[in-house]
Design a protein around this ligand. Structure first.
Ligand SMILES: Cc1cc2nc3c(=O)[nH]c(=O)nc-3n(C[C@H](O)[C@H](O)[C@H](O)COP(=O)(O)OP(=O)(O)OC[C@H]3O[C@@H](n4cnc5c(N)ncnc54)[C@H](O)[C@@H]3O)c2cc1C
Length: 474
């Protein structure tokens, strides 16, 4: 009987791993691809409730294949109305995330045809994996609704988890129907009354998406955003500019404070010429895994507490035209970005009273809002997730977390997970966000397409080895 590869997660990571497995396969086998929502191929990012939610990376950098850099751009150029537009313009444009989802769906349809020709069985399971049992190297997956299945190899591509609830005095508020823990669903911006403001917790890219969503729904009221630093989101200002003078000064094992000193020195230099930190941070991208892995645990902890948000602001930027809209809202007094910490949230008769400590005013403030939307970013401490098979596996010791609890402890050479005892599990792999503790930068297409390609090659080489052994013994 041919081997079964189970992929938990049907977003970009799961889909592209399956596509790469099909593309590179030489022998028949089966793939079960499991997605809990109606988001097969698109995942959270490319299944948006608004066509105005756009990619935060230009089209020419969004190919799904590491060895075909123009693949997405060329695909776009075959579609109406893009085929009539200038290629250079499109290459440098921020296109709709839903369009990118269409691209992934089309890649998947093509892969299904290739799988049929190669005699590879594909089973799409639309359900939630509720538990994972590992007995004598066999992996058994139980679902919320469907019958359990057994697979020989499992790839955990579960991606972005919904944000955790911010710490406040009275947790009961989180049961309110006016609280949205998941900011990626359309309900979060529907039927909002304009008389009272809306509070968005967090002020990153998801805040921007939520503002776009609220405006699309004709919300005319004020919007508050509260986050610990209140940093202003930045636009892409120097797209395509390359500055690499600082790279020569970075060496293996460089202490964090030394690295920060070098970066600050170069940021000062470029600022004198009207250039922002943007190209300096972008140039670190190819080195980021090496730099992160070279830091000590203490340095990583310092980065997480003191530098993470600064780095995030420099890395996660928005297109200029969206930035202009956000600035206009601020100037018009419709958007207030506060730096502070939530203290309590009380609700009575659909009026929500939010008290927070304002870091600029050094005092607590209270605002009244009609809704609270959590845009603080995906939860990374997987052990904290309720009713989740990964947290169950962590509790049982089958999986372990990295030292900062940002993801799962994994051998990044072959993507295999480690047990609590530090034993490499021979047939369970992961990629994407679960590698955050190991690699830090591991959530964007730039990294995921390479990981999908690499993990599929590791798996195929091991499956082929087993196949060859079986044939030899026969
Ligand atoms: C809103 C948003 C916008 C983004 N925009 C960009 C961008 O413009 N450019 C870029 O490069 N990156 C972007 N990113 C980064 C993004 O994380 C990746 O590009 C990519 O989409 C992540 O894919 P993934 O498959 O790893 O995770 P996800 O897309 O989160 O997919 C995970 C999948 O796992 C499934 N799943 C989870 N748990 C279970 C379970 N127990 N049982 C069954 N199925 C399960 C989910 O249903 C889902 O299908 C964005 C991220 C977000 C959240």
């Amino acid at each position: 009987m041919s081997k079964i590869v189970g992929i938990i997660g049907g977003g970009f990571s799961g889909t592209m791993t399956a596509i790469q497995l099909i593309k590179n396969a030489e022998e028949p086998f089966s793939i079960y691809i499991i997605s809990e929502k109606e988001d097969l191929n698109r995942g959270i990012a490319y299944n948006s409730y608004s066509d105005h939610h756009i990619l935060n990376v230009i089209a020419k950098k969004m190919s799904a294949f590491p060895d075909k850099p123009d693949h997405f751009l060329d695909w776009v150029m075959t579609k109406d109305p893009y085929k009539y537009l200038d290629k250079t313009l499109l290459a440098n444009s921020f296109l709709s995330r839903n369009l990118y989802g269409d691209y992934l769906c089309e890649l998947w349809r093509e892969a299904l045809m290739e799988a049929e020709k190669k005699n590879i069985q594909i089973v799409e399971i639309n359900d939630t994996v509720a538990s994972l049992q590992y007995i004598q190297h066999k992996i058994s997956l139980s679902f919320k609704f469907a019958q359990k299945v057994e697979v020989d190899v499992c790839i955990i591509a579960t991606g972005n988890q919904i944000p955790k609830n911010p710490r406040i005095n009275n947790l009961a508020f989180y049961q309110s129907s006016n609280y949205f823990q998941n900011p990626w669903i359309k309900d979060s911006v529907l039927n909002v009354k304009s008389e009272l403001p809306v509070l968005i917790v967090g002020n990153g890219l998801t805040m921007v998406d939520t503002i776009i969503g609220l405006k699309e729904q004709n919300f005319k009221g004020e919007i508050y955003s509260i986050s610990p630093n209140g940093f202003n989101i930045l636009p892409h200002r120097h797209t395509g500019m390359q500055y690499t003078s600082h790279i020569d000064e970075i060496y293996d094992g460089m202490p964090l404070n030394e690295l920060v000193r070098v970066l600050n020195k170069h940021i000062k230099i470029v600022r004198n010429f009207g250039v922002s930190a943007e190209p300096i941070i972008d140039a670190l991208r190819p080195l980021s895994h090496k730099i992160w892995r070279g830091l000590s645990k203490a340095e990583k902890a310092i980065f997480m507490t003191r530098l993470r948000h600064l780095f995030g602001v420099a890395r996660h930027r928005i297109p200029l035209h969206i930035y202009d809209k956000i600035q206009k809202l601020r100037i018009d007094g419709k958007l207030h970005i506060q730096s502070g910490n939530l203290i309590s949230i009380e609700e009575e008769n659909d009026v929500i009273e939010v008290t927070y400590y304002d870091k600029k005013l050094h005092t607590s403030q209270t605002i009244q809002v009609s809704r609270v939307i959590n845009c603080t970013g995906p939860e990374t401490d997987l052990s904290k997730m309720e009713n989740n098979f990964i947290s169950q596996c962590i509790q049982e010791g089958l999986f372990s977390q990295d030292e900062l609890r940002l993801g799962l402890k994994t051998n990044i050479e072959n993507f295999k997970l480690y047990t609590k005892e530090g034993i490499e599990i021979r047939n369970i792999y992961t990629l994407g966000s679960n590698l955050k503790g190991e690699l830090w930068e591991t959530t964007a297409v730039n990294e995921l397409r390479q990981q999908a390609d690499s993990v599929s090659k590791v798996i195929l080489s091991e499956l082929n080895q087993v196949e060859r052994q079986l044939k030899k013994n026969f």
